[in-house]
Write a protein that binds this ligand. Structure first.
Ligand SMILES: [Zn+2]
Length: 479
């Protein structure tokens, strides 16, 4: 499948300079595009959920070379297992549970193992990962743009790149022990359990905090700040990078506090935010880890004007920087704590992250600004509302190459539905119901029907109206 991103492009003229902001809105939608449409149904049609993964590996970011041993445990014994693994990696040994690789169609990233009837499997593998192990349009290589901007060079071992074998992307426990040359720093999703520094090599142990998959990022960054917020935030980036120009600590703390009040606590003890100098404002969110691209060119001509970065983009609400920040932080709840059941239902995580940004702005900027943004969003969604429905999900990107259609229907329309629901039952009542969903379905993938049932609070008439918003084309006037 080609590269399809959940991003949008924001453009605005600042004096005579044209800048583009790409906003990658959340990793949690991206796995939809890279093969996780498969459910854990095995060759004989039965299901086998993967319970845990224990992984020990070595990674060379310069060569993108990986060597690892993985122990997978399943909830029930089976003779056959269908697994995903990056096609650049070759299996060296199957140490338990299987005797033969039956079907090695590695071009699809999937293979079938057959052997003993067992509930665990140990596999050793190595190789160079397919290039561009980087989420979305955020380039991992150093690129010198027309303004000679220094960009940061990072490597990602992302869960969507299949660097570890798995049957399906779902919530589950991962314990990961990775060694890397100590020229590189490493951040991971979940919880960092330990770091062991040896001559030439650092070994990190991460626990994924029961989230959906696990991702790592490598680079020559260091910790450059700490925020004593409702959850401690560690800030990382190029040592001299002045993040406060772009993302003031007070904004990060304010947004976190707001979501914490509305949606309850997270399951990670701290949040890591890594800033990367790039050519646009963008973001990607993993459980406990956010990577924010910062448009370094912005500094030179408008940092001192303190102007908001506005655009005609559908998802630009107030200021592109703040919009990216609040959207990605919201994914710590919507994506980090619950997620969609099937990729076409990613309106759940994207719509909720978009709505979260809206109410965060409402609390910060006031009712008038909130109404202005809602009215604008409504006009924009209306333009595309007859081209599909939110439940078409990422397929909208395949059928219509205009990402605005996808953003309007998967991000914008569900957010408007939630705003309409808040008008009807009150924002606090809506947030109370959202908290119930986060508690009852925590660390689970939720389907559209189930989500809307919970949202309607037992009101069947309301549930029918909510379904119209998500399953049907068009834009209802209200709820
Ligand atoms: Zn998003």
């Amino acid at each position: 499948m080609g590269k399809i991103y959940c991003c949008h492009w924001l453009r605005r003229l600042f004096s005579r300079v044209s800048i583009s902001f790409s906003v990658v809105l959340g990793l949690f939608a991206m796995s939809a595009f890279l093969g996780f449409a498969a459910d854990p149904t095995q060759a004989d049609g039965t299901k086998s959920r993967q319970n845990s993964l224990t992984w020990v590996g070595y990674y060379d970011p310069a060569l993108n070379y990986l060597s690892a041993k993985a122990l997978l445990r399943f909830e029930s014994p089976m003779i056959e297992r269908r697994l995903w693994l990056d096609e650049g990696l070759r299996l060296n040994a199957i140490n338990s549970g299987a005797v033969a690789v039956v079907d090695l169609n590695r071009n699809s990233g999937q293979f079938l193992l057959q052997g003993q009837n067992t509930d665990e499997l140990e596999i050793s593998y190595n190789g160079r990962l397919a290039p561009a192990s980087d989420p979305g349009p955020m380039a991992s290589e150093t690129i010198v743009g027309r303004t000679e901007i220094q960009l940061d060079r990072f490597r990602f071992l992302s869960c969507i790149k299949n660097f570890y074998p798995h049957t399906d992307m779902d919530f589950g426990n991962i314990l990961l022990n990775i060694s890397v040359s100590n020229e590189w720093n490493c951040l991971g999703s979940g919880i960092l359990r330990s770091v062991r520094l040896q001559p030439g090599l650092s070994t990190y142990v991460f626990d994924n905090a029961g989230a959906k998959g696990m991702s790592l990022v490598f680079g020559r960054f260091s910790q450059i700040g700490l925020i004593d917020a409702v959850i401690p935030v560690r800030l990382h980036g190029w040592p001299l990078f002045n993040y406060n120009w772009y993302f003031p600590k007070a904004d990060i703390a304010r947004i976190l506090t707001f979501y914490h009040e509305r949606f309850g606590p997270l399951d990670v003890p701290e949040l890591n935010i890594l800033f990367r100098r790039g050519r646009h404002f963008a973001g990607v969110s993993y459980c406990g880890l956010i990577v924010l691209d910062v448009d370094a060119s912005w500094t030179s001509f408008s940092i001192h004007t303190r102007k908001n970065i506005r655009s005609d983009s559908l998802l630009a609400m107030f200021d592109a920087k703040i919009d990216v920040l609040s959207h990605e932080i919201a994914h710590q709840w919507w994506g980090g704590l619950i997620s969609w059941k099937t990729p076409v239902e990613n309106w759940i995580t994207e719509g909720l992250a978009t709505y979260s940004s809206l109410i965060s702005l409402r609390a910060w900027r006031g009712e008038k600004e909130y109404q202005r943004i809602i009215d604008r969003l409504r006009r924009q969604v209306k333009d595309y509302a007859d081209l599909g429905a939110p439940v078409d999900g990422f397929q909208l990107l395949l059928s219509d190459r205009n990402p605005k259609v996808y953003q309007a229907l998967v991000y914008g329309k569900p957010a408007l539905m939630l705003a309409a629901l808040a008008d009807k039952i009150g924002e606090m009542e809506l947030c109370r119901r959202l908290q119930i969903i986060l508690n009852d379905r925590r660390k689970n993938s939720v389907g559209t029907e189930d989500f809307l049932r919970c949202l309607s609070g037992g009101d069947e008439q309301l549930q029918t109206l909510l379904k119209k918003w998500i399953y049907d084309r068009g834009l209802p006037k209200q709820l």
